[in-house]
Design a protein around this ligand. Structure first.
Ligand code: 13P
Ligand code: SF4
Length: 322
């Protein structure tokens, strides 16, 4: 397809080009709920981290374009080594994945002999390769509970998710001290004020948020869990304490309900936007289909080691929805 890039400033024309290129290249477009709304609108599949991994493991198209952050593309590539996996912006990283350096994590494991290693999907392939089973926020509780109660467990890297899972399972997992810069910034004080202003509103909280906010929540869960809860709830107003991209699908699915983004401590910073997720744009998505770059590449031996704990996660969460 010939594309005159300079002449295209129009969103509808970009979307048309993306859909045409997608057909020509035999590509499938997958997007996380934190992506900009216009990217979610052109995607074949949108979902939380668990759904994206489950879908990637089963798609037939030879090219996967993963609109999300790097670890999501890496997970898709590890699961589908023979496919081409593209991401619109190679700099779309994750502060949580960055908070867990693989060499330091290996030392941490050495310091805790006899422990099973459970890692959140928000990690690099090198950390996954050191892991017994990967989890997402959508299946962490079930997977932790699938191990005997006396099993000694290391959980990394998110301390807030780890503390939450310890509290709901009664386990005492040893936690890596990592966190996400977006979820830690929500302001308990401002959200308490908002609850006074909207007394009927339910508070939806992602488990990467800090404990004081979790204690105020009406529902804690992954993006997909919060979305499902909002759709099925008889309530009509929700304060949403997770990255702002999820509001697009909440509003699309429940046009008669009101979704209020939770404020962060510094209201001038737009902190409930993940700066990495928001690096992806329609232009970059079009260009990556056009040029076949940036491509996600994972060393074959590393991928073989990292695949085992991801496949174990998929086996253990077979009963959990896509
Ligand atoms: P979910 O798996 O809940 O979609 O979360 C992914 C993520 O990056 C949270 O910050
Ligand atoms: Fe990573 Fe946080 Fe962005 Fe999720 S919101 S991708 S955990 S930096």
């Amino acid at each position: 397809m010939d594309v005159d890039k300079a002449s295209v400033s129009n969103t509808e024309e970009l979307k048309r080009q993306i859909l045409q290129l997608k057909k020509e290249k035999g590509a499938v477009i997958m997007a996380h709920y934190y992506q900009k709304g216009d990217i979610q609108d052109v995607a074949d599949y949108i979902g939380d981290s668990l759904a994206l991994a489950q879908i990637a493991a089963n798609v037939e198209e030879p090219v996967i374009v993963l609109c999300g952050v790097h670890f999501m593309g890496e997970t898709a590539k590890i699961l589908c080594p023979d496919k081409t996996v593209l991401i619109p912006d190679a700099d779309a990283g994750c502060s949580l994945a960055d908070s867990c350096d693989a060499d330091r994590f290996a030392e941490f494991i050495k310091d805790h002999p006899g422990h099973t290693v459970i890692s959140y999907v928000n990690t690099t392939a090198r950390v996954k390769a050191l892991t017994d089973v990967v989890v997402t926020s959508g299946n962490a509780r079930e997977i932790v509970e699938s191990f005997p109660a006396d099993c000694k467990i290391i959980f990394g890297p998110d301390r807030n998710l780890g503390n939450y899972i310890n509290s709901v399972t009664g386990r005492n997992m040893v936690l890596w001290d990592g966190a996400c810069h977006v979820h830690e910034k929500f302001s308990v004080e401002k959200i308490a004020e908002l609850k006074k202003q909207y007394p009927q509103a339910r508070l939806l909280v992602h488990p990467e948020c800090k404990k004081p906010l979790q204690l105020m929540a009406d529902k804690i869960g992954s993006t997909a869990v919060l979305l499902k809860y909002a759709c099925e709830s008889p309530h009509t107003q929700f304060i949403v304490a997770t990255e702002s991209g999820i509001l697009h699908e909440m509003r699309r699915k429940c046009p008669d309900k009101e979704f209020i983004p939770a404020p962060a401590s510094d209201s001038t910073c737009g902190c409930n936007d993940c700066s990495y997720m928001k690096l992806n744009t329609l232009e970059k998505l079009r260009d990556c289909l056009l040029t076949g770059t940036p491509e996600v590449v994972v060393d074959e031996h590393l991928a073989a080691k990292a695949r085992r704990p991801i496949e174990k996660m998929l086996e253990l969460s077979a009963g959990i929805r896509k």
